[in-house]
Design a protein around this ligand. Structure first.
Ligand SMILES: Cc1cc2nc3c(=O)[nH]c(=O)nc-3n(C[C@H](O)[C@H](O)[C@H](O)COP(=O)(O)O)c2cc1C
Length: 266
């Protein structure tokens, strides 16, 4: 029996949660074991950008053990994950973005090969396609096989009534998306990765090695402010300030064991 996790990303129980309920019923009818989780029910701290998860492994994250790790475990339980999210300002809500930031180490240590991902977006008027693309691109980096989901008509207030036509269209789209998701779950042969995907995989793996060799976390004397160093192969002028993303002009340079020239930036 295939397993699916439906991850709800709205800060409220609204239209996308409603879609999760319907989708859960459809998937159960198709013989899929379904679990649901809501990002809003977890305590998840903001990513501080210290780089510990990239350089020393996710257990070194100062917030390791909070809800982000629990949701990652839930995702790893499933053969397929569906994220159901509203469109907020042409993007995902901050709750979900923060979860994706916190799990960014998965870009460098992808672990979802052979699994399926599908996005479902609820929106008022415009921008859902961009959100759909963003989520599928992100999850492909994580190793998932992305499937075309759906952009559904929602409304500003959860108890608003949709026209019969809009509600019917939503049901139709959700049914078709569920069909594609189950087909992908049951397909024996995953799609061959493109040359571009192989190249990206190689690049992210190399950057992971560089992180772990050359970006140790330097804690300040007080122990609270994490300090990071960014490796630079070509000397002082190629450093970038992590805060502004502008090239830096000064700063302390050090020589590492790996032979990179490093600049302390924070
Ligand atoms: C802060 C905020 C930003 C929003 N931005 C957009 C938007 O950019 N495009 C859009 O079509 N709808 C937008 N909406 C409308 C929501 O996408 C819509 O109400 C959706 O049904 C909410 O889903 P939910 O009920 O699952 O939370 C926005 C709503 C809120 C509260």
């Amino acid at each position: 029996m295939k397993k699916a996790l439906l991850l709800m990303a709205s800060p409220r129980a609204g239209w996308s949660d409603g879609a999760a309920e319907t989708l859960a019923e459809i998937l159960a009818e198709k013989g899929v074991q379904v679990r649901t989780a809501a990002v809003r029910e977890e305590e998840i701290g903001y990513c501080r950008g210290c780089g510990a998860c990239m350089g020393r492994g996710e257990k070194a994250c100062p917030m390791s053990g909070d809800g982000a790790q629990r949701l990652l475990s839930e995702m790893l339980w499933a053969d397929g994950v569906v994220i159901l999210t509203p469109n907020y300002a042409l993007q995902v809500p901050a709750l979900l973005k923060n979860l994706l930031d916190r799990l960014s180490f998965v870009f460098h240590r992808p672990r979802f090969f052979g699994r399926v991902f599908m996005p479902i977006i609820a929106q008022g008027i415009y921008g859902g396609r961009g959100v759909h693309k963003y989520l599928n691109d992100t999850m492909e980096f994580w190793g998932f096989r992305p499937v075309k989901g759906a952009v559904l008509q929602g409304a500003l207030y959860p108890n608003e009534k949709l026209s019969a036509e809009a509600a019917g269209k939503n049901r139709e789209k959700l049914g078709a998306a569920a069909g594609r998701f189950v087909d992908a779950l049951n397909s024996e042969r995953p799609k061959k990765p493109s040359f571009f995907r192989l190249m990206i995989f190689r690049t992210t793996s190399i950057s992971r090695t560089r992180w772990s060799r050359t970006a140790p976390i330097l804690r300040s004397a007080a122990g609270s402010t994490p300090r990071i160093t960014i490796p630079s192969r070509s000397g002082p002028t190629s450093g970038f300030s992590a805060r502004s993303r502008m090239p830096t002009s000064g700063g302390k340079r050090r020589r590492t064991r790996a032979g990179f020239s490093k600049r302390q930036i924070i």
